[in-house]
Design a protein around this ligand. Structure first.
Ligand SMILES: NC(=O)C1=CN([C@@H]2O[C@H](COP(=O)(O)OP(=O)(O)OC[C@H]3O[C@@H](n4cnc5c(N)ncnc54)[C@H](O)[C@@H]3O)[C@@H](O)[C@H]2O)C=CC1
Ligand SMILES: O=C(O)[C@@H]1CCC=N1
Length: 263
């Protein structure tokens, strides 16, 4: 594995660095992270032992450079590092709304990859969509896939699907955390200690996700199998449908897509 650079190391950059280091894909000394504040860098160095710098140009001395700043910062950060990006660098964007064409025009870099990772990368259970720019060679693609597969699963997709992928996997962990939090609140309401309620709710979500992935059954059929006739679960299904659960979830994901298109 060649040297990997990260410009910015907030929630998502940190999750990826944590995943890469935990899986042993790259030695910490082969990862260089830049950020705006020394406090961020101190925390990253302390946690993962990687190289850190306040100079974004330093993070460009790598074969693969991740831009892990907010989309609103992309234009100014790319302009700043443009003179320091080598001819053969693979520039990796993780921002919604910034197209391959826009990134190429701003950076002058030929080899560009768009990713949409998610924060479960921190525990090796990420889901990353990968959009490969035309100029990338197979070795570049292999290197990026090795990185993202070190912290979870990935799929190469066409660029027009990236907002859908971002909604379904990039943003959705936030909604799942809200679901877990609200289920735990309900258990607390019934008297269960809070820490225990999080254990029950989160393991149920983990198990249900595995059932979808491993049983080969339709999610609706899996739901039906939980609803005993005249039982308790179907009462809960009715309550969720009365409150428009599926519509609420679809609207939430559609809102993320609409925002990505405005960025
Ligand atoms: N948080 C998430 O779950 C996901 C985030 N993303 C993308 O990741 C990118 C970063 O998002 P977050 O980590 O959530 O944001 P964040 O605000 O937690 O992190 C941003 C980082 O950029 C650094 N930064 C700001 N200005 C800088 C500059 N001029 N030079 C160098 N570093 C600078 C900050 O110090 C911070 O470490 C965004 O483009 C976001 O769309 C993508 C998928 C999931
Ligand atoms: O909220 C955001 O814009 C980023 C992109 C996907 C998840 N977090």
């Amino acid at each position: 594995m060649h040297r990997i650079g990260f410009i910015g190391c907030g929630n998502m950059g940190r999750a990826m660095v944590q995943g890469i280091v935990a899986q042993g894909l790259a030695a910490p000394s082969d990862i260089v992270v830049s950020a705006r504040t020394q406090a961020t860098l101190d925390a990253v160095r302390e946690s993962f032992g990687v190289d850190t710098t306040l100079d974004n140009a330093e993070a460009c001395r790598a074969s693969t450079v991740f831009l892990a700043v907010k989309p609103q910062m992309y234009e100014s950060v790319i302009a700043e590092v443009k003179p320091h990006l080598a001819e053969n660098t693979v520039l990796v964007s993780i921002a919604p709304g910034k197209s391959l064409a826009w990134l190429a025009e701003q950076s002058g870099v030929r080899k560009i990859v768009r990713l949409m990772p998610n924060t479960p990368a921190a525990v090796g259970e990420g889901m990353t969509s990968v959009v490969v720019g035309e100029a990338c060679e197979q070795a570049d693609i292999d290197e990026v896939l090795a990185i993202v597969n070190s912290f979870g699963k990935s799929e190469i997709i066409p660029e027009h699907l990236i907002d859908a992928a971002s909604a379904a996997a990039g943003c959705s962990p936030a909604f799942v955390y809200m679901f877990i939090e609200s289920m735990a609140d309900a258990a607390v309401l019934e008297g269960m200690p809070r820490a225990q309620a999080y254990r029950f709710a989160s393991q149920a979500v983990l198990g249900a996700a595995k059932m979808v992935q491993e049983s080969g059954m339709h999610p609706g059929a899996l739901k039906d199998a939980v609803c005993s006739p005249g039982g308790t679960t179907i009462e809960g299904v009715r309550a969720l449908e009365q409150r428009g659960m599926r519509s609420a979830v679809m609207e939430a994901l559609a809102a993320t897509v609409a925002k990505a298109q405005r960025l």
